[in-house]
Design a protein. Structure first.
Length: 237
C-alpha cells in the first residue's frame, strides 16, 4: 500500500537544504515537485523495509529493497526510487514487480558498482506491470542457469523506458538470460536506449538480448550494444 507519510521533493529540500542538490542531480528535469522520493541501499547497516516515516527518506536510513519501495508508491505520482551504489537485490523464484504506474527507478554508480538485481532462480524476473515505468542505470546479473527473462514487459503495458542498463554475464558458464528483455504484445511506446547486453563466449542458453513477443507500436531500440552468442539474434522480431 502507498506510504503513510510520503517523503516528497519539497520535504527533501526542506530537510537537506543545499545538500539536496546532490540527490536532485540524479532525478532529472521531469520530476514533479511533489513526487515521492525513496532511498534504497541493501548494504547499509540501517537499511530496513519499514513505513515508519524514517526509513527510505535518506541514504542514512534507507529501505532495504526496491521491491518494498515500489509498494510505497502511488500510481500516477511519478515517484522516484534511488538505489545506492553497490545495492544488490537478490530474487529467488520470485519477481520484483513494478506494478505501480509512473515510477522511475535510478541506480547510482558505474560499471560493476551500479545498483544491481541478482537472479537466483530460473523463474526470477523483473516485471513491468504498469504504464510509464522507467528503469535507469541498473545492472541485471544472472546467477543461475538459464534465467527465462531478465526484464519482462507485460502485455499491453505502455511507455516503458530502459536506459543505460547492463545485462551482465553470470559467474558460471550457463548463468545467462534466455531473453534479456521480453516485450509482450501491445507494449506501445517502449524505448530501450544505451543498454549493454553480454553473454558468455560459449553461450548455450541465451536466445536474444531483446525479444519482441508480439506486435507493439512505436518501439525504439537505440544506442545499445549486445555482445555474445545469441542463438537466434540479438534483437528478435
Amino acid at each position: 500500500m502507498p506510504a503513510t507519510n510520503p517523503f516528497r521533493v519539497s520535504d527533501l529540500v526542506a530537510k537537506y537544504g543545499w545538500k539536496a542538490i546532490i540527490y536532485l542531480s540524479n532525478l532529472g528535469p521531469r520530476l514533479l515537485s511533489e513526487a515521492q522520493v525513496l532511498f534504497v541501499d541493501s548494504g547499509h547497516t540501517n537499511a530496513l523495509d519499514a513505513d515508519d516515516t524514517e526509513h527510505g527518506h535518506s541514504f542514512e536510513k534507507p529501505l532495504a529493497t526496491i521491491d518494498y519501495a515500489i509498494g510505497l508508491c502511488t500510481a500516477g505520482e511519478r515517484s522516484v526510487i534511488l538505489a545506492a551504489p553497490g545495492h544488490v537485490e537478490t530474487i529467488v523464484n520470485a519477481q520484483v514487480d513494478f506494478d505501480v504506474s509512473d515510477i522511475t527507478c535510478i541506480g547510482i554508480g558505474e560499471g560493476s558498482n551500479k545498483a544491481a538485481v541478482n537472479y537466483g532462480h530460473a523463474n526470477s524476473s523483473v516485471d513491468i506491470g504498469a504504464n510509464n515505468v522507467h528503469l535507469i542505470n541498473l545492472r541485471f546479473v544472472p546467477s543461475n542457469t538459464a534465467i527465462l527473462i531478465g526484464v519482462d514487459i507485460e502485455t499491453s503495458v505502455t511507455g516503458t523506458k530502459l536506459e543505460d542498463c547492463d545485462f551482465a554475464e553470470g559467474d558460471a558458464a550457463a548463468d545467462e538470460f534466455i531473453a534479456g528483455i521480453e516485450v509482450k504484445s501491445g507494449c506501445d511506446n517502449t524505448k530501450i536506449k544505451g543498454c549493454l547486453g553480454r553473454t558468455k563466449v560459449a553461450s548455450a542458453e541465451a536466445v536474444a538480448a531483446v525479444y519482441f513477443n508480439g506486435a507493439s507500436d512505436n518501439c525504439i531500440v537505440e544506442k545499445c550494444r549486445f555482445i555474445g552468442n545469441y542463438s537466434t539474434a540479438a534483437i528478435v522480431n
